[in-house]
Structure formats: structure tokens, C-alpha cells
Design a protein around this ligand. Structure first.
Ligand SMILES: Nc1ncnc2c1ncn2[C@@H]1O[C@H](COP(=O)(O)OP(=O)(O)OP(=O)(O)O)[C@@H](O)[C@H]1O
Length: 370
């Protein structure tokens, strides 16, 4: 997948800006506050419906503007192989309401837009994937599954709807047939969600281990463990929901199920993830992001766009060079930001297309350097 054009209007400090990126590595430099991260956020928004720094109403919309607009055009392999096809997506978002267009037609759910463009991001907050809360890790798993398994999105929507219904019944303390029916529905959608997440995690392990061995060999072996959100080894989800009913009626929400799932990385040589240094947590998170990108490439025949915000200040020179060599070895289009060119780039001598952001405008640097 290769973005060929990105247009933003009323997006953070940008009144209007248009970027025409190249395949391979695109480096975006500029002073602090110039707007480098905002460009990456716009790509993330189109792929996730939110930025990695928050929702549209958390500051993406330019102060005083009615709505922001993002337009993105990209190339991807056509279904069945052969020629690539050009795709286009647009989003106008006021912070409350939105209108999305995909390949010339309106979309009815933001998820349909997000399912089209695949972007993976590594940014200064990404270590939360390892050291933060479970929701970030669930989102990571579900993003991968949305993109590689067509049946996952309908299952997930079915589960979310049933969960909302069961929670509403719990809050109104209505016990009876309704609760039985929604619990059955939760179990029918939730059991396959759980199985698929577990299998996905097993596939990822095979990709993560060599990446970590290259990026952070001192960490040694890696294990991934899926925690399903109920005692799956002992009871079915339907039984677990029934067993939790009294407690759930007290609290007014559903305490068991895939919406409470989590997954963990274990390094047998370390006592726990708390023993990871901040830098090691970042390298582990970055390896997880790259493993997910590689899984997407193997399943879909096309790399997602890889976005690395402020790589130069996140990793030391040696690790930057290792990551960049990996990217060059793949067919992925990548976007890297920094106040200056990351020193690791000089070490690997790879072709780079450079852009510079200044005073809310983008200055392309014509020379393609090696
Ligand atoms: N809603 C908004 N309306 C107008 N301007 C905004 C809004 N949100 C952020 N800004 C401005 O836009 C810029 C955002 O910059 P961004 O975080 O993309 O910069 P950056 O180049 O990545 O900076 P750094 O190197 O400091 O991380 C800042 O100058 C900020 O003050």
C-alpha cells in the first residue's frame, strides 16, 4: 500500500497542505511545533477513526474551524493480483458529525473507511502497548484481525451490540428471557472472537521473535500469552456470563468476556514486564508494530503504511539503523519525522525522499539522496 497523495484542510495548524509522498522512506523534518506529527496523525485518523493523540474533538480540528478535511489517495494491489489500483478516501469531521467517502461513494460507518487504508504507527506513546492498559493491547489485536479476516468485523459488531443490550438490562435490573437471549448472543459472537485473537497472537509470535532477536537480542526468548477475559479453560462464555450474573447485577456492567481480554509479552529471562527499561519497552512495542505489519503483508499481499514519529529521539543511533535496514528490506512505504534527519539514516545509506515543514507549509526537497 503506497500513499500517493495526502491533503489536509483545517487540521491542527494547517490551513491547507498537500503532500505527494514517494514509495520507500519519506522523511519529514521541521522545527518543534512545525506540524510533522500532525501529518502522521492525519494518516492514522483515516486508518483508525482517531489520532494516536486522541479524537478529533481533542484538538485535531483547527481552533475556530467548523470541520477538518483529510483526503488520501493510495495504490494497492488489485484483488486477484496483477495491476495495482488507485483508491481514494475522504473524511470531513466536525468533532461530532462526519462524512466519509471511499472510492467515490459515501460510507455509512467510519469502520468501513478505516478498513480500507492500513497504517501502523509507532510514536512516543507506543510503549503503552507493553506497559499500559489492556484496551491498547486489545485494539492492537483487533486492528490486525479487522484487516486480515473479513468475518471479524461483523462478529465484533455483533458482540458490541449484545454487550450494550446486556449492560442496559443489568442497569435496569431486568432479569429474564432478555438476559438469557443476549448472553447467548454474546457467547456466539464472543467465543469465535476469542479463538481468532488467540490464533492471531500465535501467528504473531513467529514474526515477533526474529524481529526482537534483531532489535533487542539481550531480551532473549519471547512468549505471548492470551488472557481471554474469562476462565475459558474451565467454562464456556455462556456459563461464565450466567455465573457472573449476580455480581454484574450489582455493578451494572458485564465483568467477563472478550471485552475484558488482554495479552502479555513474557521474557523468561526477566521477572516481569516491569523489569524492561523504557528503551526496551519501546523496542518491544516497535517490534510488535513491525510484526503486525509483516503479518498484514503476508496475509494481504501488501504492506501497510508504516509511520514512525520522532524516531531519532525514541531510539539510539544503532537501533534506528537496525529498524531502517528492516524497512528497506521490506516493500513498505514509511514516514519518519524528526527535527532533523535521524543519525541512524547515515549509517544505513538508504534512499530517502525528504520533506520539510515550515510555517504551516510543506517544502519538498527535490534531491533524492542516498
Ligand atoms: N487545534 C489546533 N489549532 C491550531 N493549531 C494547533 C492545533 N493543535 C495543534 N496546533 C499547533 O499545531 C502544531 C502541531 O504540531 P505537531 O505536534 O504536529 O508538531 P511537530 O512538528 O511534530 O512538533 P514537535 O517536534 O515539537 O513534536 C503546533 O504548533 C501546535 O501549536
Amino acid at each position: 500500500m503506497q500513499i500517493t497523495r495526502l491533503d489536509l484542510r483545517r487540521f491542527r495548524r494547517f490551513d491547507e497542505i498537500s503532500l505527494a509522498p514517494a514509495p520507500g522512506i519519506n522523511l519529514i523534518t521541521g522545527a518543534n511545533g512545525a506540524g510533522k506529527t500532525s501529518l502522521l496523525e492525519a494518516m492514522h485518523l483515516m486508518a483508525y477513526g482517531r489520532s494516536f493523540r486522541g479524537r478529533v474533538r481533542d484538538g485535531l480540528l483547527q481552533a475556530g474551524a467548523e470541520a477538518l478535511e483529510v483526503f488520501v489517495e493510495w495504490r494497492e494491489p488489485a484483488a486477484g493480483g496483477g495491476e495495482t489500483r488507485l483508491r481514494r478516501a475522504g473524511l470531513r469531521h466536525s468533532g461530532q458529525d462526519w462524512v466519509g467517502r471511499l472510492d467515490g461513494s459515501n460510507v455509512s460507518q467510519l469502520g468501513d473507511l478505516c478498513a480500507a487504508l492500513a497504517v501502523v504507527s509507532f510514536e512516543p506513546g507506543s510503549h503503552a502497548l507493553i506497559t499500559g492498559g489492556a484496551e491498547t493491547r486489545r485494539r492492537y489485536l483487533d486492528w490486525g484481525l479487522f484487516h486480515v479476516e473479513h468475518e471479524f468485523m461483523p462478529l465484533w459488531r455483533r458482540y458490541a451490540r449484545a454487550l450494550k443490550q446486556r449492560n442496559a438490562l443489568l442497569k435496569s435490573r431486568r432479569i429474564g428471557d432478555g438476559l438469557d437471549a443476549w448472553e447467548r448472543e454474546l457467547a456466539e459472537a464472543g467465543e469465535p472472537i476469542s479463538r481468532r485473537r488467540q490464533l492471531y497472537l500465535e501467528d504473531l509470535r513467529g514474526l515477533l521473535a526474529p524481529l526482537l532477536a534483531g532489535l533487542a537480542p539481550a531480551l532473549g526468548e519471547v512468549e505471548l500469552e492470551y488472557l481471554p477475559g474469562w476462565r475459558r479453560e474451565a467454562v464456556s462464555l455462556e456459563d461464565a456470563l450466567l455465573l457472573a450474573r449476580d455480581r454484574d447485577l450489582q455493578s451494572g456492567h458485564t465483568s467477563v468476556g472478550p471485552h475484558r481480554a488482554d495479552w502479555r509479552i513474557h521474557f523468561p529471562t526477566l521477572p516481569g514486564r516491569e523489569a524492561l527499561s523504557r528503551g526496551q519497552a519501546k523496542l518491544t512495542a516497535l517490534s510488535a508494530v513491525l510484526a503486525q505489519a509483516a503479518h498484514h503483508a503476508a496475509s494481504r499481499g501488501s504492506w501497510p503504511v508504516i509511520v514512525l514519529d520522532d524516531l531519532g529521539s525514541e531510539l539510539d543511533r544503532e537501533h534506528q539503523a537496525r529498524v531502517l535496514s528492516r524497512l528497506v528490506g521490506s516493500d513498505a512505504q514509511a514516514f519518519i519525522t524528526g527535527t532533523e534527519s535521524p543519525p541512524g539514516l547515515q549509517k544505513v545509506q538508504v534512499p530517502v525522499t525528504r520533506f520539510h515543514v515550515e510555517h504551516g507549509a510543506l517544502v519538498p526537497i527535490e534531491t533524492r539522496q542516498t
